[in-house]
Design a protein around this ligand. Structure first.
Ligand code: FE2
Ligand code: FE2
Length: 381
């Protein structure tokens, strides 16, 4: 009998706790061994709430589409693939030459000439789209598609697995957060708005400040930003709900919510068996360091400048801006102009100046978030 030795470690990257982007890079290499003409593999995620597809992960170096969202109702062919669970082969993308969609224009202008698209599902729930693109025309053959469909199924499973882990983690934390919101005066739509400000800042930083953030990172930042104060679960009610000023001892206890947050996250991830979830550090950093300031006078670890992870610096600006522009029991809501003045004062001292600038330069996007997620009278404490 002959021993068959498989290429050592050929699939090991698919099982490691590397990011989905890295797994995609590896999968793409495997696919290219057989289909040398495939130059890009990408997945866009479906956002049910907004009924939009948003770029999520891709393997090519040229990254033709990033930080992009498209309402699905504006893309009839995607709607059809979603409704009929149907794949689509376009062997000559010049058919899109007169198209009006930014996504088809951008893909074509980067030289891609053919595409094979596959809708992804978790049972019957549409979760996103998978795209195989080639720089060459008419290269996808019918017989190849049968094998490509197998890869598509593998990617579908990878996505379901990844989304379920995130949903489980976020679901568990959101349940805990329900307990905090129940007690914490920071109510209303604070968390909805600050998560969106954080995503806005991150996307703008990546586009304009050449900070290396991926769609996958930004999506997780958006999911996890609302959990920044999860550690408040561990703060006694008489301190958390105290109407007046906290004395020195109480303030010390209040400050422990950052490190308590990190401990709670570790404990829950442990209970769910998700210790190796690849974005756990993002969540731990957001919760554990969101009161660090770049002058090194924050808490709990007095981190300075770049010692503070970028995700945390982004969340701090988003959180402070929303706190300033929201009504609280101790203050009225400030106007955006007044809040901008305060952010400018803190910029470079307490807050990352690029993060502040990326927020302030996008007032129309801020107003859209405030209109969509405004607080009803009585929502606040
Ligand atoms: Fe906090
Ligand atoms: Fe907050």
């Amino acid at each position: 009998m002959e021993d068959v030795v498989l290429a050592p470690g050929r699939y090991k990257n698919l099982h490691s706790s590397t990011s989905l982007g890295e797994k995609f890079g590896h999968l793409h290499q495997m696919i290219r061994q057989e289909f040398t003409y495939i130059d890009r593999v990408s997945v866009s995620l479906f956002d049910r709430e907004m009924n939009a597809l948003k770029t999520f992960v891709q393997s090519s170096k040229d990254m033709p589409l990033q930080f992009y969202e498209c309402l699905i109702k504006n893309a009839p062919s995607l709607m059809e693939m979603k409704a009929l669970k149907k794949n689509r082969l376009v062997n000559d993308m010049t058919v899109f030459n007169n198209g009006t969609h930014e996504h088809t224009r951008k893909i074509a202008s980067n030289g891609y000439q053919a595409s094979y698209s596959v809708p992804l599902f978790d049972c019957d729930d549409f979760i996103g789209m998978l795209f195989f693109n080639s720089y060459q025309k008419k290269v996808f053959k019918k017989k190849d598609l049968i094998k490509l469909d197998l890869y598509a199924q593998l990617i579908n499973c990878l996505m379901v697995n990844k989304l379920q882990s995130s949903q489980m983690l976020v679901g568990a934390f959101r349940s805990c957060l329900g307990l905090v919101s129940y007690k914490d005066p920071e109510t209303g739509n604070h968390l909805e708005r600050m998560a969106r400000y954080a995503r806005l800042i991150a996307r703008e930083l990546a586009k304009k400040c050449h900070i290396d953030l991926t769609d996958e990172f930004i999506e997780n930042l958006f999911l996890f930003a609302p959990l920044h104060d999860i550690g408040k679960i561990g703060i006694p009610d008489d301190i958390l709900l105290k109407p007046g000023r906290l004395d020195e001892k109480e303030w010390e206890i209040m400050q422990t919510h950052s490190s308590k947050g990190r401990e709670i996250i570790d404990a829950i991830a442990d209970h769910l068996g998700l210790q190796s979830f690849e974005h756990l550090s993002l969540l731990r950093n957001i919760s554990g360091s969101h009161h660090e300031t770049i002058d090194g006078k924050g808490y709990p670890n007095r981190l300075k400048q770049d010692e503070i992870p970028i995700e945390t610096q982004i969340v701090s600006v988003a959180d402070i801006f929303d706190a300033l522009t929201s009504h609280r029991s101790y203050k009225p809501a400030w106007s955006n102009e007044a809040a901008f003045e305060e952010l400018t004062r803190l910029s470079g001292i307490k807050l990352n100046p690029d993060c502040v600038r990326m927020l302030m330069e996008n007032e129309p996007a801020i107003l859209a978030i405030q209109n969509r997620f405004g607080d009803a009278p009585g929502d606040h404490a």
